[in-house]
Design a protein around this ligand. Structure first.
Ligand code: 5BU
Length: 276
């Protein structure tokens, strides 16, 4: 039984403001595409976001790879988020004790909690990583994704580790809005409805490792198509990086055309899933 409710229906039942915002944005823009902007120069970062902005529900960042970072970059990112109506997700992958992650999330150079609607954490430290991040993010209305699975060859995030991640999320439903994973997990609409499923929970599943033209890269990345991710595996958001901006920072019209193509494929797979 695949997840057949619409994004809009699901938005109505979300208590976390960020989960609601993301589902409403997807419905409004008719896009379940997130673009991961993994470039090292501020200028390229901003110009890619300006081009793909109209086609995405979310922009995913690795802010610490920007070589010429200045705080004004964040203001420009926030301006683009308002102009193009997308949610911001800093893919920080926190993985330390609660006290340390709370400082990494709120402070340092990047002050991630002050601007990123969503961030993520590895479950490896146990529930304390959620407690630490939640102490900062919950009062700000932020949302957290747990890394239940990864897209890489040989990932250790599988089997009982993945199941424990779902249990950890379940105990922190006010702040944990879903998972980075390769298939739907938790609650209604499970692809394989396990004994552990809870009928009324609705986690968001954001899925990296999406590409239409190549099977992977030279460093263990593995790609699947938007249809495999959204229709076959019941995930909610496709995350695409190099498949859209290219390895050589292609021309803007090429980037726009690719974003439009992934958006169309992601939405068609969703329409097929909900049966309309
Ligand atoms: P790509 O260019 O589409 O391969 O970029 C994928 C992005 O998603 C990149 O920023 C990774 O850090 C991120 N990612 C991933 O690829 N696989 C995972 O399992 C996780 C994150 Br978690």
């Amino acid at each position: 039984s695949r997840h057949q409710q619409t994004y809009g229906q699901r938005a109505l039942r979300q208590a976390n403001p960020t989960a609601k915002l993301l589902l409403e944005t997807i419905e409004r823009k008719k896009s379940n595409l997130a673009v991961s902007v993994d470039v090292t120069k501020s200028k390229d970062f901003l110009s890619i976001i300006e081009v793909v902005g109209p086609f995405v529900c979310l922009i995913k960042t690795h802010i610490d790879i920007i070589e010429d970072f200045e705080p004004s970059l964040i203001e420009q990112l926030q301006d683009l988020s308002k102009k193009h109506d997308f949610v911001i997700f800093e893919d920080r992958k926190f993985a330390d004790i609660g006290n340390t992650v709370s400082l990494q999330y709120s402070g340092g150079v990047y002050k991630i909690a002050s601007w990123s609607h969503i961030t993520n954490a590895h479950p490896v430290p146990g529930p304390s990583v959620i407690q630490g991040l939640s102490s900062v993010g919950l009062p700000l209305g932020r949302g957290l994704l747990l890394l239940a699975e990864m897209s890489t060859k040989g990932t250790l995030a599988r089997d009982s580790y993945t199941e424990d991640a779902v249990r950890m999320a379940r105990s922190h439903r006010n702040f944990v809005i879903g998972f980075i994973a390769q298939r739907r997990m938790g609650g209604i609409g499970l692809v394989d409805e396990g004994a552990d499923s809870v009928a009324d929970e609705d986690f968001l599943i954001l899925t990296p490792g999406v590409g239409l033209d190549v099977a992977g890269d030279a460093m263990g990345q593995q790609y699947r198509s938007p249809r495999q991710v959204i229709f076959d595996s019941g995930c909610d958001v496709i995350i695409v990086g190099r498949g859209i901006y290219g390895n050589d920072l292609s021309l803007v019209d090429v980037i726009a055309a690719r974003a439009e193509r992934y958006m169309a494929e992601g939405w068609a797979a969703y329409m097929e899933r909900v049966g309309s």
